[in-house]
Design a protein around this ligand. Structure first.
Ligand code: G16
Ligand code: MG
Length: 220
């Protein structure tokens, strides 16, 4: 099959947004201001340092480079403590099934995430063995919407960009995949993910047969 799939992690395969939210909220509160659920939504797919910069801006606080590094590691230590207790219960609907079905047809599978903690999350949720390639925040220098993360994933899979299907829940991620010339399946709400060729609520809403049909239609 001429299909390779690249999955975003947070918000597509697993639900870690709630932990990012708790850890950022704790950090904001320790600095004397609040952090809302709506603000957390805006940080989906955004790198750790950029997230911190946005939060400090919302709180009206300026910090030196060294202080920002320290705040980011503090948040990360809280976040890592939380994700260290994750279980397979935190897989989002349909993730396990689509990975199993893709494996069964011999499709190549990669991870394309902004997170520097992807290895731990995959391990805790039992997904590591599905991936032929893992590209995350440790390997990339430019974040989504730059296509680097997905281009690297395709290279590692030995796939051409146009044969790749990207599953993404963040607008920046959808834009990155489009910039790479890949087919994008948005995961979430249509109005939040303009540009995606198809939008589904979660991975349980698409079968491999449908995916292959859509891809073939596209390239005909
Ligand atoms: C994820 C999350 C973002 C988070 C980023 C960096 O991206 O959606 O909210 O800020 O990773 O995570 P970390 O602090 O663990 O390096 P993705 O691309 O997997 O959705
Ligand atoms: Mg995401």
């Amino acid at each position: 099959q001429h299909i390779a799939c690249i999955f975003d992690l947070d918000g597509v395969l697993v639900d870690t947004a709630v932990y990012h939210y708790q850890a950022w909220k704790q950090l904001a509160n320790s600095l004397g201001f609040d952090f809302t659920y709506a603000q957390n939504e805006q940080l989906k797919g955004v790198s750790r340092m950029r997230s911190l910069d946005m939060i400090l801006k919302w709180g009206g606080i300026e910090k030196s480079e060294a202080e920002r590094e320290a705040l980011a590691s503090l948040k990360n230590s809280w976040y890592v403590a939380m994700i260290s207790k994750m279980t397979t219960d935190e897989l989002l609907p349909g993730s396990l099934k689509i990975l199993e079905n893709l494996k069964a047809i011999g499709a190549k599978i990669a991870l394309g995430s902004a997170s520097k903690n992807s290895a731990l999350i995959l391990k805790r949720t039992g997904l590591t063995h599905f991936f032929d390639a893992i590209v995350d925040g440790n390997e990339v220098t430019t974040s989504k919407p730059d296509p680097e993360v997905f281009v690297k994933a395709a290279e590692l899979l030995g796939a051409t960009n146009k044969d790749c299907v990207v599953f993404e829940d963040a607008l920046a991620g959808v834009q990155a995949a489009i910039a790479a010339g890949m087919y994008v399946v948005g995961v979430g709400e249509t109005e939040n993910l303009p540009g995606a060729q198809l939008v589904i609520k979660d991975l349980s809403e698409i079968t491999i047969a449908e995916l292959l049909a859509l891809k073939n239609q596209e390239t005909e």
